[in-house]
Write a protein that binds this ligand. Structure first.
Ligand code: TYM
Length: 334
């Protein structure tokens, strides 16, 4: 607890352009949770280097992502918005937790298997221990709740396992975090291959809506979205393309799938796709406008970066010292 509130942590990678999946699956929920929890939202740049990055590009994307957090409605006075690499506790705790994590557990991680298959020339140890760094992110703040999309649930499970194992040896050191999955938008799929998740790293630009896409691009991508020949707007998982479009429309408008089925009863896919496109444009427009305004205010963003890293560091060091003491590292002489 901090200031009488439960603690929330989440993060996003500063890799690639953020998609509608990132927004509807994570960022949108973050904004609604701000009042209830003491929140830490990190730009997880340490995670990004598990895949080779261009340095200038990484720096630019990290800043852009941090700015986008604020543009999406996270108030940096109330939420701790910071770069993971600015708080060294993440790396330090990650090393420690590595020693309490088994190779067998990490071998089971589906994200590792997927990424290793994609980057065969660079299957580095960081890619393998990626979930341990993620566990460190979460446990460092004594986190109670972690809002994520469904693709991150396996990482949450291993985080809980590591925390419980550590606590079983040393007493109640870490809070045991629970995942928080939003009601809608938790699993947004590719517009071109709706059995796959919408992903920043998809090579086909028509598969994903990027948060900075202009209205014409959004409308065009939805027009081209893969559907089926059933010609019925039904919330049926077997109609994977339409199912995904209903989820997107639902997450953007707040309408339930049943209401959406009724709204488009007897109407063609063309009408439905246009309506989904417009709903998405309406969600993205204010976000893009706020983002453009914030980008003009360099000093403000710089001050957020500095102040929030200090705040995050304060809480991170508290947990880290507790862990170091429990393990038996020598005390610091002041
Ligand atoms: P990342 O950067 O891949 O994604 C950020 C968030 O977006 C969600 N998401 C989706 N949700 C619904 N549909 C989709 N198609 C979709 N694609 C992505 C993800 O579930 C995630 O919530 N390992 C994490 C980052 C991370 C983290 C953490 C998250 C590092 N440390 C600690 C939570 C807590 C990742 O790569 O997310």
């Amino acid at each position: 607890m901090i200031d009488g509130k439960k603690i929330l942590f989440s993060g996003m990678q500063a890799t690639g352009n953020l998609t509608l999946g990132n927004y509807l699956g994570a960022l949108k929920n973050w904004v609604t949770l701000c009042d209830e929890y003491k929140c830490f939202y990190s730009v997880v740049d340490l995670h990004s280097i598990t895949v080779r990055q261009d340095p200038a590009e990484l720096r630019k994307r990290a800043r852009s992502l941090l700015t986008l957090y604020i543009a999406a409605g996270l108030d940096p006075e109330k939420n701790c918005i910071y770069y993971q690499s600015h708080v060294s506790g993440h790396s330090e705790l990650s090393w420690i937790l590595n020693c309490y994590t088994y190779m067998g557990e990490l071998n089971r991680m589906t994200q590792f298997k997927d990424k290793a298959a994609k980057h065969t020339d660079n299957i580095n140890a960081g890619l393998f221990t990626y979930p341990v760094l993620m566990a460190a992110d979460i446990l460092l703040y004594q986190t109670d709740v972690v809002p994520v999309g469904k693709d991150q649930l396996q990482h949450l499970e291993i985080t809980r396992d590591i925390a419980q194992r550590f606590n079983a040896i040393y007493g109640d050191v870490f809070a045991i975090p629970e995942p928080y999955i939003g009601k809608t938008g938790a699993s947004i799929k590719s517009l071109q291959a709706p059995e796959k998740k919408m992903s920043k790293s998809d090579e086909n630009p028509n598969a994903s809506i990027y948060l900075m896409d202009d209205p014409d691009t959004v409308m065009r991508k939805f027009k081209r979205a893969v559907t089926d020949l059933q010609a019925q707007v039904r919330y049926n998982p077997e109609q994977a393309g339409i199912y995904n479009l209903i989820n997107i429309y639902s997450a953007c408008t707040g309408k339930t799938p049943e209401e959406i089925e009724r709204e488009f009863d007897g109407k063609g896919y063309g009408d439905f796709k246009a309506a989904v496109g417009e709903a998405v444009v309406n969600v993205l427009r204010p976000l893009q406008e706020r983002y453009a305004d914030l980008c003009k205010n360099k000093d403000y963003i710089d001050s957020v970066i500095k102040n929030n890293a200090e705040k995050a560091n304060y809480y991170a060091v508290k947990t880290l010292r507790k862990v170091q003491k429990k393990i038996g590292f020598p005390e610091r002489i002041r």
